[in-house]
Design a protein around this ligand. Structure first.
Ligand code: GLC
Length: 435
């Protein structure tokens, strides 16, 4: 029992033990702080990886693995997502209980999913579909009060002016044509379009910094100026960067890839956990973009528990879907969205607008907190006694679902919840009222 108590009194990272790593030089505006609060309250967002790569059915990195950019680009003339319906997508996300959607405006292949004037390699000029997908999506989301976040790749495997790092080296570009000034201007002009033509954008989600993480001389991405541009165009727009490093000044949320903050099973998360609002992105199957062979979807129960665990450490879950080339969301993804919606309609009160619990994740689960209410999420069956820190001043304990009294007692080093038996469920929630 002593060991269990030692573990339980340790603070979760979300409750202390942060690294400051330079963020102190930057002070987010009042508008950003409002976005940060809204963002944290949402807890659950949907990530969409969609582009012409979906046609190859092998994920969004396909161009990196062989084809030349010139051959690859020919797919654009065949991209006609006949079944794309932004309202149906937005409806499914809303029903699932998500609060926001992060959409890949332009991924590493360099294809833009909006009507950009900066290049013809875009959904309107290069495909027979000729519809501005981002416009339709942004309007459908806005109608349903879902916030829009935009993924924007710093890498471009197609444009010769992008100074390549360690990826996309076989796409046939002439290295003599590298031109950072031209590429930087292009990106900033695109960001300006995104932030002036599509209504409120609550975050820009940059990705690709790591393309230059093996350079001999550190590569200068000129982020300060770019971040300032974003903040000047939309003062409430938060900046996230999937660089896997400690946060840089000017960033407003900290993101983790395929791991909850504090874990590092995928190898992308050696960075310190900052004081910023946190988000973990993860896939439903194994790939971000549509991958025809990957039907290895995590179960709804696993996904719900992942969301609960994220909430338990004060982080959001950005859950990915790779739409099919015809514009539909995969049936397996829709099924999971529906299940998550059912669960969140019943239990969302213990997730939305909560803070991390006052102790680190335990083998049995986590806690979330809202004012003087503590929600204890027990996710392993058969655990009869749950030990909580001694300093919790519990006044009352009931099951969240049906308000049945739960016995608790105070021992010298802990408070014990006596759960006579934990029913087999995704998450057995006990609500504590604290003094
Ligand atoms: C990685 C991948 C990219 C994906 C992203 C999502 O950075 O390069 O394909 O979009 O993770 O987190």
């Amino acid at each position: 029992m002593a060991a269990a108590l030692a573990a339980i009194s340790a603070l979760s990272p979300a409750a202390g033990a942060y690294a400051d790593s330079g963020v102190s030089t930057y002070h987010p505006s009042e508008e950003v702080r409002r976005s940060q609060r809204e963002f944290s309250a949402d807890r659950f967002g949907i990530f969409i990886h969609w582009g012409i790569y979906s046609m190859f059915g092998q994920g969004e990195w396909y161009l990196n693995y062989g084809p030349t950019a010139e051959e690859y680009a020919k797919a654009a003339r065949g991209f006609y997502p006949a079944d794309f319906n932004a309202d149906e997508w937005a409806e499914a996300f809303k029903d699932a209980g998500a609060g926001y959607v992060c959409f890949t405006s332009r991924h590493h292949d360099g294809f833009s999913m909006w009507d950009t004037a900066q290049s013809d390699y875009n959904i309107v000029d290069a495909t027979p579909f000729r519809r501005d997908i981002l416009k339709e999506l942004s309007e459908a989301l806005q109608e349903r009060d879902l916030a829009l976040h935009l993924y924007y790749s710093h890498i471009d495997w197609t444009r010769p002016d992008y100074p390549s790092g360690r990826t996309g080296l076989t796409t046939g570009r002439d290295p003599k044509l590298r031109d950072w000034d031209s590429y930087y201007k292009f990106m900033n002009a695109q960001l300006t379009e995104l932030l002036t033509g599509y209504g409120p954008v609550r975050a820009i989600w940059f990705d690709g910094w790591w393309d230059h993480d093996e350079d001999q001389t550190p590569f200068d991405w000129h982020l300060d100026e770019q971040y300032a541009l974003v903040h000047s165009l939309q003062p409430g727009c938060m900046i996230a960067n999937n660089h896997h490093q400690n946060v840089f000044p000017g960033e407003d949320i900290q993101i983790f890839e395929r791991d909850l903050p504090g874990e590092n099973t995928a190898g992308y998360s050696e960075q310190d956990i900052s004081r910023l609002p946190l988000e973990t992105c993860n896939t439903m199957n194994g790939m971000w973009g549509y991958k025809i062979k990957d039907q290895n979807y995590k179960s709804s129960e696993t996904l719900i528990r992942y969301l609960v665990k994220a909430a338990g450490i004060g982080a959001n879950l950005l859950l990915n879907i790779g739409p099919q080339p015809n514009g539909e969301l995969p049936a397996a993804a829709l099924e999971r969205l529906r299940d998550m919606g059912v669960w969140l309609r019943a239990n969302g009160e213990t997730i939305y607008g909560t803070e991390a619990g006052p102790f680190a994740p335990q083998p049995w689960g986590v806690a979330t907190r809202k004012d003087n209410r503590l929600f204890v999420h027990v996710m392993t069956a058969g655990n009869a006694d749950i030990l909580l820190p001694a300093d919790l001043r519990v006044r009352d304990a009931v099951t969240f679902a049906d308000r049945r009294k739960v016995r608790f007692s105070r021992l010298p080093g802990c408070v014990v919840l006596h759960l006579d038996s934990v029913p087999k469920s995704t998450d057995h929630i006990i609500e504590l009222t604290l003094k």
